[in-house]
Design a protein around this ligand. Structure first.
Ligand SMILES: Nc1ncnc2c1ncn2[C@@H]1O[C@H](COP(=O)(O)OP(=O)(O)OP(=O)(O)O)[C@@H](O)[C@H]1O
Ligand SMILES: [Mg+2]
Length: 303
């Protein structure tokens, strides 16, 4: 769980960062526009999954600045019993400054996220399906092992955490996981770090899913590659969290035993709905709306 603070510098960084002065870089940007979003993979995925009437249980860590996020979870009716507050830390947070050329300077503070290993999968009862999404390194390793030991199938979603792991670590995750999901770039990195093609990696799991932004996604399963089209969004406002929105659809489809074509299309639709809103969890939908939009895009109902 994380906060994202987004600030807009109404000028261009290149007018202020002078290459010949870079050895004494000391710049301050005046940023009159600022907004704060609730984010982090766990919060984002749970938010979309709840709107699908799924049954998400967030397991994450949060810091001394937890109150606004905890109030929000309560308001959304999301179970926070496995959201652990870690004293003397701040919640993970990104400070993103954007300029008029859409360049970004980001600082990311992991904070409480680095204590995620304090949580254990066995703390929660009646779990049918899990996801290990980007988190503290030790927590990701521990939770994957705990899911495997408990016989609970899980999705390995390395995301921005991928660079923390070498090829052997990644193969260790994949061999414990039932499913793997990455975006295009992460898929390439996964291939080069492990020294295996995505097709070869896909044979080690039930399915390996690669998302490709506006180009849709590919589901490698049972020796086949299913091409899942993207859905035309009402507007392209902010791609932040599209990956997490897609994962909500994926988890829902897997948990309900839906076939891969439908699961992929549902996930794709949630990604397209998300992109029309700013932030990772400000989009709103319900099952009736999903059903109607799915029918409109694909000509049949998803359920
Ligand atoms: N411009 C778009 N138009 C339609 N659908 C989109 C668009 N961008 C993303 N999506 C949907 O969302 C899915 C996930 O997006 P993407 O591949 O960009 O994930 P990501 O790079 O992990 O994103 P992030 O980590 O920023 O949340 C895509 O497979 C697609 O279905
Ligand atoms: Mg992503």
């Amino acid at each position: 769980m994380a906060y994202d603070t987004i600030m807009v510098f109404r000028d261009r960084f290149k007018n202020h960062i002078l290459p010949e002065k870079i050895h004494i870089l000391n710049v301050a940007f005046l940023v009159p526009d600022m907004r704060r979003e609730f984010g982090g993979c766990a919060g984002n995925i749970a938010c979309s999954l709840a709107m699908l009437d799924g049954d998400p249980l967030i397991m994450a860590t949060i810091g001394i600045d937890a109150t606004p996020y905890m109030e929000r979870l309560a308001k959304l009716g999301l179970d926070a019993s496995h959201v652990r507050r870690v004293e003397d830390t701040y919640t993970a947070q990104a400070f993103i400054t954007t300029d008029l050329d859409d360049n970004q300077i980001t600082a990311f503070h992991p904070g409480a996220m680095n204590s995620s290993h304090l949580n254990g999968v066995a703390d929660a009862a009646d779990i049918g399906l899990g996801i290990v999404a980007p988190d503290g390194r030790d927590g990701m390793v521990k939770h994957a092992r705990e899911f495997a030991q408990a016989g609970i199938p899980f999705v390995f979603d390395p995301g921005q955490g991928l660079p923390m792991f070498d090829g052997a670590d990644l193969l260790g995750f994949i061999d414990q996981a039932a499913y793997v999901t990455v975006n295009d770039y992460e898929g390439q990195l996964l291939g080069s770090r492990t020294g295996h093609s995505l097709d070869a990696l896909a044979k080690r799991v039930r399915a390996l899913i690669v998302t490709r932004g506006a180009e849709g996604s590919i589901i490698h399963t049972g020796g086949r590659q299913l091409e899942i089209p993207s859905v035309k969004p009402e507007a392209v406002v902010d791609p932040t969290g599209c990956g997490d929105a897609y994962r909500a659809g994926l988890l829902y489809g897997i948990a309900r035993g839906m076939d891969w074509e439908v699961t992929g299309r549902l996930a794709s639709l949630i990604g397209a709905i998300k992109i029309a809103c700013r932030g990772g969890q400000n989009h709103r939908f319900d099952r009736a709306e999903i059903e109607a939009r799915y029918k409109e895009a694909f000509g049949a109902a998803p359920w």
